[in-house]
Write a protein that binds this ligand. Structure first.
Ligand code: SF4
Ligand code: SF4
Length: 382
């Protein structure tokens, strides 16, 4: 069951009404939370960005979910591991800068500063049968996933399933990029991580989402929607339909469908809520999804030359004059492809670069653009 609720703004009463309606349509918050239940909330706090930048889950959405859980007798902890360094100072700045600190504390939740990880079994994983995730997620009775509706440079789309990549602490994420550089393997890794956490419920904040160069450098897109349900794959399937994305060009969706986790057609999803699918689609008209597989129809050999050609046609990161030489992207690039000299723009060694676009995601000055090569532009027309 996926619930579509219209919610025109982040005005708190409107958000709480919509969030409550989503839970109620799926049996009520009481189905998940009873007195004494330990609840972990996992918002999307990809980086320290203000709520109005639309890169992170809005504080009103988190506050509404905290309040409902507390009213049901649960204790709530909010946890997240953003891209980059994972320590207490970074978490403090992140919670404060995204408006989550005030929302969580005022509604009665605790913020996680515990940096440990816990090993969990993952019997349904494709690659990872065990893995280490943030301890509060491993110890919770119930995990509720509070995602954001956005585009993503590497994965094309990020919503409910991709949000659980934040269950991996700090630079551990870069290791996954390094070990799984091709998009299909990485998408399956993201799915494995999601399955290891198994959130009981997911809500995607699409009141104001992000399109074009998401997940942090795109433009806000006002859709006035919250999408929620007890199956994150179905919830993502609906969101993908709304933004007009072709699932065969979204790596996570393509792999999830192949694994039998995501329905191929939205017709297989039971829908309800206060807005009809057709009207919700109209709200998302104009949402720009940027694909990065324009050259997938050009088949290169697996040999040395083929690999070079294949890399040449993939969109590349370009460092614009907005670069302030802060060095953050060089520290976090999974393959150490970036060098930064004082006073000069960052540079990437494109032979080493695996096109993960973490540099674009993590640059707080929006200095990194993803540029398609002339061959790619030509292939788009084929
Ligand atoms: S691209 Fe961004 S993160 Fe990298 S050095 Fe320049 S300003 Fe810093
Ligand atoms: S240069 Fe950017 S896109 Fe390339 S591997 Fe490093 S972080 Fe990823």
């Amino acid at each position: 069951m996926v619930v579509l609720e219209s919610c025109a703004s982040y005005e708190y009463d409107a958000v709480k009404t919509a969030v409550k309606a989503i839970f109620d349509a799926c049996g009520g918050i009481g189905k998940l939370v009873a007195p004494g239940t330990k609840v972990a909330l996992k918002p999307n706090l990809v980086a320290k960005r203000k709520p109005e930048e639309a890169a992170t889950t809005h504080p009103s959405v988190l506050r509404a979910v905290v309040e409902l859980c507390v009213e049901a007798g649960g204790s709530v902890i909010v946890c997240e591991s953003p891209g980059g360094v994972y320590d207490k100072a970074i978490l403090k700045g992140l919670y404060k800068g995204t408006g989550i600190e005030e929302a969580a504390l005022s509604a009665g939740a605790e913020l996680n500063y515990e940096l440990s990880v816990t090993k969990v079994d993952n019997p349904d994983g494709m690659y990872m049968k065990t893995l280490e995730i943030l301890t509060p997620l491993a110890e919770a009775d119930v995990v509720i996933n509070l995602a954001k509706l956005k585009t993503h440079g590497m994965m094309v789309y990020t919503g409910a399933v991709k949000n659980m990549f934040g269950a991996i602490p700090g630079i551990g994420k870069a290791e996954y990029h390094f070990k799984m550089p091709d998009y299909a393997s990485f998408a399956n890794t993201v799915i494995d991580i999601f399955l290891s956490v198994k959130p009981a419920f997911s809500i995607i904040d699409g009141v104001v989402g992000m399109h074009k160069d998401g997940p942090t450098a795109g433009d806000p897109f006002e859709a006035g929607l919250l999408i929620g349900g007890d199956n994150a794959f179905e919830t993502d399937r609906v969101a993908l339909d709304l933004i007009g994305a072709r699932t065969e060009r979204v790596p996570m969706a393509k792999e999830a469908i192949a694994r039998g986790l995501m329905p191929e057609s939205i017709d297989a999803v039971e829908l309800c809520g206060n807005i009809a699918l057709a009207d919700a689609r109209k709200r998302l008209a104009g949402f720009v999804v940027k694909y990065n597989d324009d050259c997938s129809r050009l088949h290169f050999s697996d040999g040395f030359l083929g690999k070079i050609m294949s890399k040449m046609v993939k969109p590349k990161p370009v460092f614009t004059k907005k670069c302030r030489s802060c060095g953050e992207c060089a520290r976090l690039c999974p393959v150490k492809a970036i060098t930064v000299e004082k006073g000069k723009r960052a540079k990437a060694d494109l032979d080493k670069c695996i096109r993960c676009y973490c540099c674009q995601e993590l640059c707080r000055f929006k200095a990194v653009k993803i540029k398609k090569s002339p061959v790619t532009k030509l292939a788009q027309k084929l």
